[in-house]
Design a binder for this molecule. Structure first.
Ligand code: SF4
Length: 213
């Protein structure tokens, strides 16, 4: 592994997830997929208020196809972007019905083929629900690894940063590690004013040690 990566991943992963969200106890791919769809551009707390009710009403991909679009939209309304989300979910559900007999497939490559499922969502569902280790990058992972291992802030276009992709490809991903890094990024290595003095990896973080040297 690139210098420092295994230490950073080891310590941050060892902290464990620090926050509870209803989707984090779910392991069926549909429940995890729904969470990722709802979390797009939406605050996690807001999603937590809608998530379980939505899954109770729509426990399978085909259950979405059994009702009119208006009913799906009504349940998604508190989250905003409800028309786009409802349409996106319907397209995904139709594809899952037509290709997988209404069961969400559990591999990255099959998930990636579902309309509306991009790299991040496919990798997240594969890691969380299918136990597959796939390279994954979002704004939280980019910030922590970029600062701690590369000694710099991530660029706005972190999704096309080859160095970051090289890092995440070397990591063995699992659900606990993914949630641990996301929580660490939200609570300690925040976008503004990171809490470096209280940070458990301050002595190995290249961003912090580079700044204070
Ligand atoms: S020392 Fe600061 S910049 Fe480095 S990982 Fe910790 S909080 Fe982030």
């Amino acid at each position: 592994m690139i210098g420092g990566l295994s230490e950073v991943v080891g310590v941050v992963g060892g902290l464990g997830p620090r926050r509870w969200w209803p989707w984090r106890s779910r392991v069926d791919p549909w429940a995890v997929l729904i969470a990722e769809f709802l979390l797009i551009q939406t605050d996690a707390f807001k999603v937590s208020l809608t998530y379980e009710g939505f899954l109770r009403r729509f426990p399978t991909p085909c259950s979405i196809l059994e009702v009119g679009q208006g009913e799906v939209e009504a349940m998604l309304k508190p989250l905003g972007l409800y028309r786009q989300r409802a349409e996106r979910l319907r397209r995904a559900a139709e594809y899952i019905r037509d290709n997988y007999d209404c069961r969400v497939p559990c591999s990255y490559s099959e998930l990636r083929g579902i309309p509306g499922v991009g790299d991040y969502i496919a990798a997240a569902v594969a890691i969380v629900a299918c136990g597959e280790s796939k390279p994954i990058l979002d704004t939280n992972i980019a910030r922590v690894l970029s600062r701690a291992v590369l000694g710099r802030n991530p660029s706005r276009r972190y999704m096309s940063d080859k160095e970051l992709w090289m890092l995440v490809r070397q990591v063995k991903w699992n659900k606990e590690l993914l949630y641990s890094i996301i929580d660490f990024a939200s609570e300690v290595c925040t976008a503004r004013n990171p809490k470096c003095t209280q940070c458990p990896i301050k002595n190995i973080c290249k961003y912090h040690t580079g700044k204070v040297m």
